[in-house]
Design a protein around this ligand. Structure first.
Ligand SMILES: [Zn+2]
Length: 178
């Protein structure tokens, strides 16, 4: 039976069936999210398609999903919306490694929701912006600063600690053993 979109149950796989089937299984995702938010933005909907593939003793789940979110603009504080792509590529296995793979529950339904919730929380924007040229609430008095001067911009290389600079000039010679 094909999974039915718009139902949270559709995010669960019947593992024994998956392992007895050849190739990969496609799973449409259409998940209306509730109560999944950070202090900065709130998840609304996750859509797209995932693929689950049995590979030996493992299940590989991959695909590209689109997350829509809402949150207050960091400059004008008006509620704004946006969407972020979620690239999913996760491995489920027995005796999983924390932080790297997910535990594979044998002979049960594999529920993808905990993994997806983790990914959603990582993808939610920390600094929503209603538009690139948002001028903030009172642009006459408080003009928006250029992006490069704002907090939270990590594109600028921090100055090198002088204690580390000396290391840059060190070279290591490998001793050759004959
Ligand atoms: Zn704004």
């Amino acid at each position: 039976m094909a999974p039915t979109p718009n139902q949270e149950d559709s995010l669960c796989y019947d593992l024994p069936k998956l392992f007895t089937r050849d190739g990969a299984v496609a799973l449409p995702v259409a998940w209306n999210l509730k109560n999944l938010s950070t202090s900065y933005s709130e998840a609304q909907h996750l859509g797209g398609e995932l693929r689950a593939e049995a590979s030996g003793e493992k299940i590989v789940v991959s695909g590209e999903l689109c997350l829509t979110w809402s949150g207050p603009c960091r400059r004008c504080l008006e509620t704004t919306n946006g969407d972020n792509d979620l690239i999913i590529s996760e491995i489920y296995e027995r005796d999983s490694t924390e932080g790297e793979t997910f535990e594979l529950p044998m002979d049960q339904l594999l529920d993808l929701r905990p993994m997806l919730q983790e990914q959603i929380l990582l993808a939610l924007p920390l600094t929503p912006l209603c538009s690139d040229d948002c001028q903030g609430p009172i642009p006459e008095e408080y003009p928006a600063r250029p992006e490069s001067q704002q907090e939270g911009n990590y594109n600028i290389d921090p100055p090198i600690d002088p204690r580390w600079e000396a290391l840059g000039s060190l070279t290591f010679e490998e001793e050759e053993e004959n």
